[in-house]
Design a protein around this ligand. Structure first.
Ligand code: ATP
Ligand code: MG
Length: 566
């Protein structure tokens, strides 16, 4: 499923958009240019979706453009698989970078030139300290750093060493290039930060051409400037890097002057949103891949049947702020239900079947009964479903000895079979172990369509499928991947994995039209929830994933809050 993002509501208000309105009004910028800068070292998650919606959203609202730039400066962790997956995910979310696809590695020559410029200005030097020593010399928040013995090398010595680092003469970790700023700065990032390190590794795009690679701090801002980015929006952990960002822009001959702004990253209950942890879940087999429907990845949500529009809506509702907080996953679920309630077609499906025989219904007869595709959308029309003498209903919809508030089937009780007839249960048949294996029922032929001409009412309406017409399916039911809202808060997050997060139901009975739904496009199984066909499904082996149950926990939480927590 792919769709184009509509322009978000006009006049969205947040501090980033306020800055942009001012910059456009004052003429600091003529056109807004933003970027989304993923590192291709894993799949995108819902936190990235927040950043994507913000950067692409701003560009479209203000008539500018947004670039997709891969921050591919660490060849030891990056792979082409991730580059492809990230592009697919951004497109699926509904955004388009047009011709503006860039890679930090496209700028390696220019970045090298900027580094040489810094050396020539005596603003960078080659350091021989080991990574451990560099850390030690850096000092602490309360103690100033110590200058490296290499700090006062001559410009020509530095130029020579840097050229030899580039040529591959040295081992990994033996030298780095550092900016010469201030070892006593109150901001640790300004204590001669590393700009280049030696990595004798093959890069997915530049192969073996380079033996040195720029650090994030050096590559990021300079790439922003090369691309003409006006507003470089990133997450709060980079706030303390901003003075360095500005210093590097000021001291290198870059073609433009981007500004950096920071917003709070998204945290979501019952989820982990660190690529390192997500990678661990995949590599150690705790889930079945990056697109496992329990993963908070964009590809996981897509596989589960969550529409892109719901993720965009979620991003808009959580907004953009400057203080960190954790969003309840129920808000995301609420957005999903909201969209699917309007868009998903309804179908009849029985997850845990119990056979029903309508004794007074003629053998061999089949009726085609009208069923409504979507009560929220008249244009979705109707379809025919087959009704016959032998049907399946949910095991849960029958109780031998029903309590007062159970309005479904029980011995002697009458209920409505959705769209069809009033049905009365006459007898429950059991196997030798006492399990109920079949219900013998009768129907009232006068109640076709589900209403009695004599005006009598029934309290329950249940769903069903015709046994002879039903198709079999396997259904994956999902629960939170973690047992607690804050996985890893007390012990390692892996200990908080919910062992019952996936349950496979087999022998589920579906109305036949469900063989034809599109992979990943959710439908509502009436009274059960939303489900989407899995990509592993075959004509002779249908597999559905549960997208979401119908119950709306979020609405309940809100109702509770409104009533003062009672
Ligand atoms: P991780 O911390 O999991 O390694 P990352 O931030 O290093 O993720 P990047 O590929 O560098 O991942 O992220 C690309 C962009 O997405 C960055 O601009 C980053 O700020 C933003 N981003 C990453 N995680 C979140 C989040 N949880 N909420 C909002 N934005 C995020
Ligand atoms: Mg990052």
């Amino acid at each position: 499923m792919s769709e184009t993002a509509p322009s978000p509501a006009e006049g969205v208000k947040d501090f980033v958009r306020d800055v942009i309105r001012e910059d456009l009004a004052s003429g600091r910028v003529a056109e807004v240019v933003t970027r989304f800068p993923p590192e291709p070292n894993g799949y995108l998650h819902i936190g990235h979706a927040k950043s994507i919606c913000l950067n692409f959203g701003i560009a479209s609202e203000f008539g500018g453009r947004c670039h997709l730039r891969f921050d591919d400066t660490n060849p030891t962790k990056e792979e082409i698989e991730y580059i492809d997956a990230i592009q697919e995910d951004v497109r699926w979310l509904g955004f388009d970078w047009g011709e503006h696809l860039y890679f930090a590695s496209d700028n390696f020559d220019k970045l090298y030139g900027y580094a040489v410029h810094l050396i020539e200005q005596d603003k960078a030097y080659v350091d021989d300290l080991s990574p451990d020593e560099i850390r030690e010399y850096r000092g602490t928040l309360t103690k100033p750093g110590t200058e490296s013995p290499s700090r006062n090398r001559t410009v020509s010595e530095n130029l020579d060493l840097f050229a030899r680092m580039k040529a591959g003469e040295f081992a990994d970790g033996s030298h780095v290039l550092r900016a010469k700023i201030d070892m006593a700065s109150g901001n640790m990032n300004m204590r001669d930060p590393v700009l280049y390190r030696i990595l004798n590794a093959t890069h997915p795009r530049t192969g073996d051409a380079w033996h040195i690679y720029p650090t994030y701090d050096f590559a990021h801002g300079q790439s922003d400037a090369i691309e003409g980015i006006t507003h470089s929006v990133c997450t709060l952990e980079f706030e303390d890097h901003r003075p360095l960002y500005d210093w590097l822009i000021k001291n290198t001959p870059v073609p433009s002057t981007p500004h950096q702004y920071e917003f709070a990253r998204l945290n979501l209950t019952y989820s982990v949103l660190s690529k390192r942890k997500l990678m661990q879940l995949v590599n150690e087999g705790h889930v079945e891949g990056w697109d496992d429907p329990r993963m908070p990845t964009i590809s996981g949500y897509r596989r589960r049947g969550i529409p892109a529009a719901a993720l965009r809506d979620f991003a808009q509702r959580i907004g953009v702020t400057k203080s960190d907080s954790t969003v309840e996953v129920e808000l995301l679920n609420h957005c999903v239900r909201d969209h699917l309630n309007k868009a998903a077609e309804r179908r009849l499906a029985v997850l845990k079947p119990l056979k029903v025989v309508i004794e007074n219904y003629p053998e061999g007869q089949t009726e085609e009964i009208d069923a409504i595709n979507n009560p929220e959308d008249e244009t979705a029309g109707k379809r025919k479903v087959a009704f016959s003498r032998e049907l399946y209903i949910e095991q849960d919809d029958f109780m031998e000895d029903p309590p007062k508030k159970f309005f479904r089937l029980g011995p002697g009780r009458e209920v409505r079979f959705r769209y069809a007839y009033f049905i009365t249960c006459r007898e429950a048949i059991k196997d030798d172990d006492g399990n109920i294996i079949e219900l013998r029922c009768t129907y009232d032929p006068e109640t076709r369509g589900g209403n009695a001409p004599d005006g009598r009412k029934v309290k329950g309406t249940i769903h069903w499928v015709s046994a002879a017409h039903a198709i079999d399916a396997e259904i994956n039911m999902y629960d939170h991947l973690f047992n607690r809202p804050d996985p890893g808060a007390e012990v390692d997050f892996l200990n908080d994995i919910n062992a019952a997060s996936k349950t496979v139901l087999t022998g589920c009975k579906l109305e036949p039209s469900l063989a034809q739904t599109k992979v990943g496009e959710a439908v509502q199984f009436e009274r059960q929830g939303y489900f989407a066909l899995d990509r592993t499904s075959r004509a002779d082996h249908l597999v559905y994933n549960q997208t979401m149950a119908l119950r709306d926990g979020w609405a309940k939480i809100q109702a509770k809050e409104k009533s003062g927590g009672k």
